[in-house]
Design a protein around this ligand. Structure first.
Ligand code: PEP
Ligand code: MN
Length: 361
């Protein structure tokens, strides 16, 4: 339920309303992004849940004419109707969901300072806006490299600051949320964790932007339902990321659902990115699908880039080089422009000349 206090409600009345909700088995979560006096009522785990209609009736009967109570079941907080103009998410100085298409690039995993720095300089020279890289890696096999963990986070923070790119990295476990948030400007929820509800609840309580990847088996309803967990706890800085769903053809690693981008724009106000790297799993298909992503209206493209792709410790087959990215950028720019958007050119820096050398490493 969405609770809207009347503008004339006093602090005491607001407090009383929150307490009343609590007695009915709900927690009132302040939704600052909708303005003062807005709350989402989310059920408390330990109390029996009353049917929504009954709760709303009880709230009204409880003398709370000072507030309006609206159901969120038909049109949730993520619904396009709640914010027809769309949501803009700010990550450092970069805006996602605005006029410009945003390019996120970096290695699958952080492997070393040299690998990350060289890659970061290369992707920056190519024109990327955000640096990605995994420190905590969700791997199919327990015997595979699991990421550098804390050391990887420290490298991301150091290199991101050194090259001037905000960092996005995955938070795998609920207990790591604070630590990861101290080192990165955007927190990624990986595809395998899209319905990790305790993790989503914790991230909803932060004001850090979240990149919510689609589970390979999630319907759009389930994906938006996961985003709703964040929005209902006061965090509207949410960007969705389509990264391919499980199809029957094994030629591509996943089936990149580009129609989902247009569909999500229809259904929700949240920005949507596309990850052609995990979406195809093949280096040779990245450029074509990245162009298609921009054409279908993606608010950003997320690419795995490694300074020496053939040496990538994880996801080697889908890694492209900084030079590949530099070669791809003009066509992404042209397509974005043709579709009424653009791709911002990062300011040229003195160091760029030598950075460009990394592209050919
Ligand atoms: C990643 O982006 O590094 C990753 C593991 O992606 P996904 O969660 O989409 O598989
Ligand atoms: Mn990867």
């Amino acid at each position: 339920m969405l609770i809207r206090m009347q503008p004339q409600a006093t602090a005491h009345e607001t407090h009383a309303m929150r307490q009343h909700l609590h007695r009915l088995g709900f927690q009132a979560m302040a939704l600052e992004y909708l303005g003062p006096g807005h709350f989402a009522a989310v059920p408390l785990a330990e109390l029996a849940e009353l049917p929504e209609a009954e709760t709303a009736a009880q709230l009204r009967a409880g003398g709370h004419a000072i507030a309006t109570v609206e159901s969120l079941e038909a049109a949730g907080l993520a619904s396009r109707s709640r914010r027809p103009e769309g949501t803009r998410v700010r990550v450092g100085g970069v805006e996602i969901g605005g006029e410009e298409t945003v390019i996120v690039a970096g290695p699958c995993s952080v492997e070393s300072r040299e690998q990350l720095l060289a890659t970061a300089l290369g992707v920056r020279a190519a024109g990327a806006h955000l640096l990605r890289g995994g420190a905590y890696k969700p791997r199919t096999s327990t015997y595979s490299f699991q990421g550098l963990g804390r050391q990887g986070l420290a490298l991301l923070a150091e290199v991101g600051a050194a090259v001037g790119l905000p960092v996005v990295t995955e938070v795998l476990a609920t207990e790591d949320v604070e630590l990861v948030a101290e080192h990165a400007q955007m927190l990624q929820v990986g595809a395998r964790n899209m319905q990790n509800f305790p993790l989503l609840k914790k991230l909803g309580g932060l004001r850090h932007p979240v990149l919510l990847k689609r589970s390979p088996s999630a319907t759009l309803e389930e994906w938006l339902g996961a985003a709703e967990y964040l929005l209902a706890r006061g965090n509207d800085q949410v960007v969705l990321c389509e990264r391919g769903i499980r199809g029957f053809d094994r030629y591509t690693r996943n089936t990149l659902d580009l129609a989902a981008v247009a569909a999500v724009h229809e259904l929700s106000h949240l920005p949507v990115m596309v990850d052609p790297s995990h979406g195809t799993g093949r280096r040779s298909l990245i450029a074509a699908t990245a162009r298609a992503a921009v054409a279908v209206g993606a608010d950003g493209v997320c690419l795995e880039v490694h300074v020496r792709p053939e040496e990538s410790v994880s996801d080697r087959e889908q890694a492209i080089s900084p030079l590949d990215l530099a070669e791809l950028m003009p066509s992404l720019r042209a397509i974005a422009t043709a579709c009424g958007r653009g791709v911002r050119r990062p300011p040229v820096r003195e160091a760029e000349i030598s950075d460009a050398a990394y592209c050919t490493m």
